[in-house]
Design a protein around this ligand. Structure first.
Ligand code: 3PG
Length: 391
């Protein structure tokens, strides 16, 4: 970003790796375009500086060497054209050469279809590096992957640097965790403890409040000796949940266990919803949301927080009858004076559903990458870019 803003890229060939991996519906339309919008500053910067700009991204998890129509970045090219107010041509088969003039931008088709991309092949990385004078890594959402277009190219390009989005993301997340205004409250929710155990453990050593929700909360309810009926949970991780509760307790902090829940007899949008005390869950009940008393308690805790980190909805918010918990949490974060930082696909969808984009301090474009930074890991993108910067 410094190179670009210093105007050193006039006439240069700039290769930007963005994360334009956006959700598409069955008609192939983009349903949530945060990542496309977030890629615009880097592209505009490079264009303004007079560079010949190539942009690429992966989309989904295609089979290498087998391009299928649904793997195409065509919907993204259209959205980029609208946002940039200029035509963004989409180039297929680009690895051996790209025709692009200074002041122009092209989108290079799904880079994960290239053979050797996932395995970070040296041959592919060198070919991509040869396409440009400057490689700009701006794909925060993919910064936890060491692939040819995110890692290898950074090793072999003449110049490799971080783009403005990558820099801003790491900055915002590390600032929120390194020297946060206290109390620091984290919400870690979603379906499985197993996918978020490392983050629960690392946060429990730092945060003042750890709110769990969704299937994760069900496992914590088991750990607290409560019955959860047929609800989604991971009983074999109950001891791990207990260890997280103990770690928080040892620091005088807490993992609030729901006092009431919203249950149904089936996992369906039209299943009748019943609010119950957490001690009254029946054997054939499914817990699909936190109850109103729990939501109100958590909202108070969030309003009093100095910093909030949010990943994951606390209930099945796609179904209106089970969305109130997540809505209450979202609105409490929006109303709080705390600096809030949110990330993850479902969290972004909840933020959009309740229209609180402007009230969240920082919205991350990362899913897995966001979690890995929260875990305190050094992402491969940062490791290689720092190595290059060190000479
Ligand atoms: C994401 O959506 O989290 C990123 O685009 C990374 O995608 P991946 O998990 O398929 O590597």
């Amino acid at each position: 970003a410094d190179l670009i803003s210093a105007g050193k890229v006039d006439q240069q060939r700039v290769f930007i790796r963005a994360d334009l991996n956006v959700p598409l519906n069955d008609a192939g339309e983009i349903t949530e375009d945060t990542r496309v919008r977030a890629s615009i500053p880097a592209i505009e910067m490079a264009l303004k500086a007079g560079a010949a700009v190539m942009v690429t991204s992966h989309l989904g998890r295609p089979t290498e060497g087998e391009f299928k129509p649904e793997d195409s970045l065509a919907p993204v090219a259209r959205r980029l054209s609208e946002l940039l107010g200029r035509d963004v041509p989409l180039k297929a088969n680009w690895v051996d050469g790209v025709d692009v003039a200074p002041g122009q931008v092209v989108l290079l088709e799904n880079c994960r279809v290239n053979k050797g991309e996932k395995k970070n092949s040296e041959e592919l990385s060198r070919k991509m590096a040869a396409l440009c004078d400057i490689f700009v890594h701006d794909a925060f959402g993919t910064a936890h992957r060491a692939e040819a277009s995110t890692y290898g190219i950074a090793q072999f390009a003449k110049i490799a640097c971080a783009g403005p989005l990558l820099a801003a993301e790491i900055d915002a997340i590390t600032k929120a965790l390194a020297n946060p205004k206290r109390p620091l409250v984290a919400i870690v929710a979603g379906s499985k403890v197993s996918t978020k155990l490392t983050i629960l453990k690392s946060l429990s050593a730092n945060v003042d409040g750890l709110i769990v929700g969704g299937g994760i909360a069900n496992t914590f309810m088991l750990a607290a000796g409560l019955k959860i009926g047929k609800s989604l949970a991971e009983p074999d991780l109950v001891d791990e949940a207990k260890a997280v509760i103990e770690a928080m307790k040892a620091r005088g902090a807490a993992v609030p266990i729901p006092v009431d829940v919203v249950t149904a007899k089936a996992f369906a949008a039209d299943a009748p919803a019943t609010v119950k005390a957490a001690t009254d869950v029946a054997d054939d009940d499914l817990i699909l949301d936190i109850g109103p008393k729990t939501a109100a308690q958590l909202a108070e805790q969030l309003k009093a927080a100095g910093t909030v980190v949010w990943n994951g909805p606390v209930g099945v918010f796609e179904f209106d009858a089970f969305a109130k918990g997540t809505e209450t949490i979202a609105r409490a974060i929006a109303a709080s004076d705390a600096f809030s930082i949110a990330g993850g696909g479902d969290t972004l969808a909840a933020i959009a559903k309740y229209g609180i984009e402007k009230d969240v301090g920082y919205i991350s474009t990362g899913g897995g990458a966001f979690l890995e930074v929260l875990e305190g890991k050094t992402l491969p993108a940062f490791e290689i870019l720092s190595r290059r910067a060190a000479g």
